[in-house]
Ligand binder design. Structure first.
Ligand code: SF4
Ligand code: SF4
Length: 109
């Protein structure tokens, strides 16, 4: 049986980093998909998820309570950095930033 996905109860990365991405991913741009009303401009070609450039950061799209039960309200349309930040990297090695955020020691292989 596979391990449950820790992201369902975690959400730490959605309330820690500034989640920034190329403006072309915004629904304002042709082919873009991230709802523009949930973004704010960082630089000329860079947007971020609203709330993640605040202190303390928390993405406006995050629902629930960090560390208990969370969900992303725009999961299907989340920007690239959210798609690429997972518990494990593509090569199967632990994403150390994820483990550090959670205060969890990665399993040894
Ligand atoms: S990627 Fe890591 S830090 Fe982010 S929600 Fe999942 S378990 Fe938590
Ligand atoms: S868009 Fe979703 S996955 Fe990305 S930071 Fe916000 S709540 Fe987290």
């Amino acid at each position: 049986m596979s391990e449950p996905n820790p992201c369902m109860s975690c959400g730490a990365c959605c309330a820690y980093f500034r989640v920034s991405f190329y403006w072309g991913e915004s629904s304002e741009a042709p082919g873009g998909f991230v709802p523009k009303e949930l973004t704010e401009q960082v630089h000329q070609h860079l947007l971020c998820m609203k709330g993640t450039n605040n202190y303390p950061p928390r993405c406006v799209a995050l629902r629930g309570e960090v560390g208990t039960e969370v969900s992303c309200s725009i999961y299907e349309n989340r920007p690239t950095p959210c798609r690429e930040f997972n518990e494990y990297e593509l090569d199967g090695t632990p994403n150390m930033r994820c483990f550090k955020l959670r205060g969890v020691v990665p399993p040894s292989r």
